[in-house]
Design a protein around this ligand. Sequence first.
Ligand code: HEM
Length: 506
Amino acid sequence: MSGHLVPVVAAVGLLALVALAVYRLHFSPLARFPGPKLAALTRWYEAYYEIWCQGHYYREIDRMHDIYGPVVRVAPDELHIRDSKFFNSVYMNPKVNKHGWDKRFGAQTSTFTTVESAPHRRRRAALSPMFSKRAIQGFEPFIRRHVELFSQRIGKFSLSKKPLVVTDAFPAFTGDIIMEYSFGFMYNQLEAPNFASFHEAFMAIGSSGHIAAQFPWFLSLMNSIPDAIVASLQPALGSLLRLKKDQWDLVTLTIRGGKEQAEKASHRTIFHEILQSNQLPPSDKTQQRLADEAQTVVGAGVETTSFTLSVALFHIVNTPHINARLHTELRAASPNKDTLPSLQDLERLPYLKACIQEALRLSYGLTARNPRTHDKELRYGDWIIPAGTVVGMTIVDVHHDESIFPDSEMYRPERWLGDPRTGDGDGDGVPLEHYLVSFGRGPRSCLGNNMAWAELYLVLAMMFRRYKFSLYDTDVSDVRLEHDFFIPNVKLSSKGVRVLVEEVED
Ligand code: HEM
């Protein structure tokens, strides 16, 4: 470019920026919504909190709500609502699109990240039969065998008197289960001496997702750098690359094995079912699409449930009267500790269920704000939100709504006992469960909830029927949300939830 053109280009660029700023602040359909001007002006505001402050925009958004009210403009093209009663209105619409998650993980065509509602519906329909209650019951024998293996490993810690790091053990357990269910293959991570898992890898996806959301070229750049270099720069990303490569190979094997291999397998697997689904066009059965699906299904299956287990274990052990009550209930249900009740029988134990519900409440599932775009305008009080606007809400806000869950920071299973309703007579009196939204709501809610519940029931029943735990150098900050890396992350210096184990005698 010749020298005298540079100032002209710079001036035109500056003018365009000024025009964009004026548009965003004064003429955009969202200009009348409250919020900091800087957030309305640029996504750099969000980037500062998410990238520089490592997943702290949720806190800043909370502060905005305290100042501006229940609806705020959190980015030039995005609103956020903090009002638990409005959750269903945002999420239950069958035709909503979900923008933004397609850019975060480098897995654009998975069910979880699909933007448009029509392809999402089709992809979800192909996965759904594998996640029905019945399908999970069919897989229960495998889960139980793995629970027994887990129990043997815990038993060894009781003999060695060494601390058991459950934050490492739980993702090894959930990882083996979802790999086996997906591919009929697992890494036996539960048997590895220090419980190998992809926990670090999924945390790396979560935190780098903030960068990818701002800079869509980031993941392509990572993919273009040789794996060995990425791994040496950032070991957690190295483990993610290994996982992606392995999944790519497993998908290849599944495609090659086809129907014949599926018939020989000891149980149905998710990816055989997808390949044989007649609901999906060939374009949804390509290697890349299946690899995208594998990444998110395995990610969803590992991290969420294992964090819920860590939260449950910490709080139960930390609160002796809860521990004692749960143990008493479990002892009555299985007088012989070597024979655990069936899943169906466990589901009938009210205190165990309440302990799980309370752990689900304090583990949130996802901490990311969850975007939806409606095809028609959406009314919120006096506000009319234009069709096509990205509107988000956050599960954390609902689960810490003090008008619904008083002392919301406290782990209190009793709040779930005896058909509880909100408001004690002066509230709206709907069942409290209505506000337990860990699994999301509507057409994009969690597909894996039956599997998650099965794992939660069986693992916690085994642990609290057979073993006594005491916390080892662990406190509430090892389970309390600190960083939103899409999924919840505790303080970065945490060494995990660690416990000493003893076998119970009776
Ligand atoms: C405590 C455990 C779990 C929690 C709290 C949880 C939470 C969630 C949430 C909140 C969503 C909805 C995202 C949205 O609204 O867009 C979701 C979606 C999903 N979850 Fe889970 N999840 C859990 C366990 C699992 C497990 C074990 C699996 C099994 C592999 C799984 C598979 C999925 C899938 C496939 C989706 C995407 C559904 C869709 O987009 O249609 N989840 N999960």
